[in-house]
Design a protein around this ligand. Sequence first.
Ligand SMILES: [Zn+2]
Ligand SMILES: [Zn+2]
Length: 648
Amino acid sequence: MIKITLPDGSIREFASGVTPMEVAKSISEGFARNVISASFNGTTIETETPLTTDGSLILYTWNDAEGKKAFWHSTSHVMAQALEELYPGIKLTLGPAIANGFYYDVDFEDQKIVEADFKKIEDRVLEISREKHEFKMRPVSKADALEMYKDNVYKTELISNLEDGTITFCDHATFTDLCRGGHIPNTGIIKAFKIMSVAGAYWRGDEKNKQLTRVYGTSFPKQKDLTEYLELLEEAKRRDHRKLGKELELFAFSQKVGQGLPLWLPKGAALRDRLEQFLKKAQKKAGYEQVVTPHIGQKELYVTSGHYAKYGADSFQPINTPAEGEEFLLKPMNCPHHCEIYNVRPWSYKDLPKRYAEFGTVYRYEQSGELHGLTRVRGFTQDDAHIFCTPEQLDEEFKKVIDLVLYVFGSLGFENFTAQISLRDQENREKYIGSDENWEKAENAIINAAADKGLNTVVEYGEAAFYGPKLDFMVKDALGRQWQLGTIQVDYNLPERFELTYKGADNELHRPVMIHRAPFGSMERFIAILLEHTAGNFPLWLMPEQAIILSLSEKYEIYAKKVLDLLENHEIRALIDNRSETIGKKIRDAEMQKIPFMLIVGEEEEKNGTISIRRHGQEGKGNITVSIDEFVAIVDEEIKKTLKVFTV
Ligand SMILES: [Zn+2]
Ligand SMILES: [Zn+2]
């Protein structure tokens, strides 16, 4: 008998040779029907692999990331089979699962795969799938494996790097592939399949090698899931921040200025400014002090901080001056500057914590291929702050930072998030800087603060930086995509490197602890995510324009101007559309710009001192006619719903 430990901690006994699928059936037949993959003692196995030792078994369904991985990887085998049938003589290379599907890199030699062929391939994949072929692993000798692939230089290269005795093939139907394993039980559960695209890809990612064709596909256990996925992709395209940024005139890029260097247009700059003022106001209440530091610093500064070693070679190179040997760097981080601000004078424990905040612009060289809209840029502004405190204050400071982050998320409509706590690898404590005692203090401070604030947390051991543990907020957007926003990081390294001190109650000098934190992360990335999350319909308090006054004809221009003045007195951001266009056209254009309130003024409104309100995106709901004061109250009410007052 062997003892199998299940994820809930329960231990069950089985005869040696039991398979994961049999274990699943012993739990329940219904559950077993959904099991598509398994892992044993941390290694991915097949659902039919006999288990012969004690160990921990995890059974995966489609709802688990591991289950999807097996599902997609298995589909790549079926697609490879279909491709081989339809394009005889092609050479298969590698076909892994990726996020949302899989790919297979293929050398088509003198043949070519074009979009018009996709349907034919898809039909064949589904036909094979319906035949319900089992995936079966078998060991092969290195010699036999090399013989099988003697005409395929790619597989030959892969096999050459493997140890004899560790090589396995996977068979299904009439198809065989070199494979380590990790499959679904049979092809029958693949009910929907689609080729997403084809692209060029160099063998092993090296441009010196031959260019292959990467065929991207995805598959699902239900047709409905595929349909939903394709709709989601369409919606993501509509919400792409690069597209919306252009339509809403928020930002632009210029090849002349340089790649990855966003230009903020007036509306985008106003939006950024509003976000900055919002955070500054809350930070002021939370006891932060604003500082300003230059965009460059002496190279030595970053040698001291260690950033030169980290970013130096792969980033912007030092700026020389007419003076011999003088070198400056564009700053990749604000922290060293803030350390030097702390060092301007001596501190006593009674002065701490010091909290220095700066919307600091930093520059990092990203490969041009890595650049993407506002999410990957070469120059960006962090909503940075550094807190210098005593180890005893860490607990309290952490809680305060979490409060601030939650306030930011709440005001901007991010409701769905988890907090990832990254701690030390318990086995390798020597690779971290700082004393065991301090680490324990910091790790407990994070865990306690997160629990105290009722955060939904995931703990990752071994994910901490060498200089301290951290807490990252992972936010789910309206399309269910996950983004990392808001980091709080403890640091024992920079206080050492910059020899930061404070005088303790014992009259001795001590090292303060440093906390790096940025609720937005960077203004650029945050605005990109916010654009995609809201599709450009920001919370009302943040909208570049909250209302647009549409006059029915030139006759009402004076009244329109009067309405505008009244709104401006109440700090409502509004503008007038007095083009000689039809009202229908004016409404369509305002809808395009996503302006929340369209205020229509004509004869009736002028006579009664009212406005007729139409809301963005509520076509056919009918307008309501209100006085200016009533409208101001509507706006105030709505803003109060999202933008709460920050309290400490
Ligand atoms: Zn495989
Ligand atoms: Zn920092």
